[in-house]
Design a protein around this ligand. Structure first.
Ligand SMILES: Nc1ncnc2c1ncn2[C@@H]1O[C@H](COP(=O)(O)OP(=O)(O)OP(=O)(O)O)[C@@H](O)[C@H]1O
Ligand SMILES: [Mg+2]
Length: 224
């Protein structure tokens, strides 16, 4: 067993609903081993997106503890947290969120501009080349397919060399062929860079790439 890169203890997350409270996460305990692929399944509305947002430190929680890469998330200031995220974490959302007015290459470079204020053009081009997407470099998001957009979003998520990638339903609107390409891309990134991956999915084929598969049900997470 490798070292644990993410650990949560009794995480609770509720949403206010008028004067009621909806308990979405009811004591989540999870340990994620560095360099592993982990998948989370669960019915629609079971809280998968909420869980991913909380575990990736994008969203707050009501109770419990969360430690990522040795950092106690509750102890970080707003600014510290945002620096930590930029350095440690990559995100891929269900809908690709590429910026429409920038080319593929510029979209990939965006996190680097934010992080260090300068271009690492060659790194982006190398990644596009490695993953067979170099011909897309000067195209705009609306000039490429949905599957290609999703793969570009994954490359953008790894350009800063994150330790963990969180992906919420990355195959949500892809067909079978593109889903398989997406699985291959995740596996390659995991193998070549040792990046830890945590993703949610409705697709059993994608879920099966996890060395651990979890199910979220009634606010609790169980390993399948
Ligand atoms: N911002 C919010 N405020 C109040 N309730 C919310 C909020 N976001 C989500 N919920 C509720 O929390 C529950 C979990 O939602 P969540 O989006 O995490 O589920 P999910 O498992 O990702 O669903 P899906 O598979 O459809 O994406 C749902 O009942 C939802 O209505
Ligand atoms: Mg969701």
């Amino acid at each position: 067993m490798g070292e644990v890169i993410l650990s949560s203890k009794n995480l609770v997350k509720t949403y206010r609903n008028g004067k009621d409270r909806l308990i979405v996460l009811d004591g989540i305990n999870i340990n994620i081993v560095s360099g592993s692929i982990n998948t989370i399944v669960g019915e629609s509305g079971s809280g998968k997106s909420t869980l991913l947002n909380v575990l990736s430190s994008l969203d707050s929680f009501d109770q419990g503890d969360l430690v990522i890469d040795g950092k106690d998330i509750k102890s970080l200031s707003e600014e510290g947290l945002s620096k930590f995220r930029n350095r440690t974490i990559g995100f891929i959302f269900q809908f690709h969120h590429l910026l429409p007015d920038f080319t593929v290459n510029e979209n990939i470079l965006m996190p680097i501009w934010i992080k260090s204020g300068y271009k690492k053009n060659q790194e982006s081009l190398n990644l596009l080349d490695d993953f067979g997407l170099i011909k897309l470099k000067d195209k705009y998001p609306n000039e490429i397919s949905g599957g290609e957009r999703q793969r570009v979003a994954i490359i953008r998520a790894i350009i800063n060399n994150p330790k963990i990638i969180f992906a919420d339903e990355p195959s949500g609107n892809l067909d079978e062929k593109n889903s398989i390409k997406l699985i291959d891309l995740f596996k390659t990134i995991n193998r070549d860079y040792g990046t830890t991956i945590l993703l949610t999915t409705h697709n059993p084929q994608i879920a099966s790439i996890g060395s651990k598969v979890f199910e979220l049900k009634s606010g609790e997470l169980k390993e399948k």
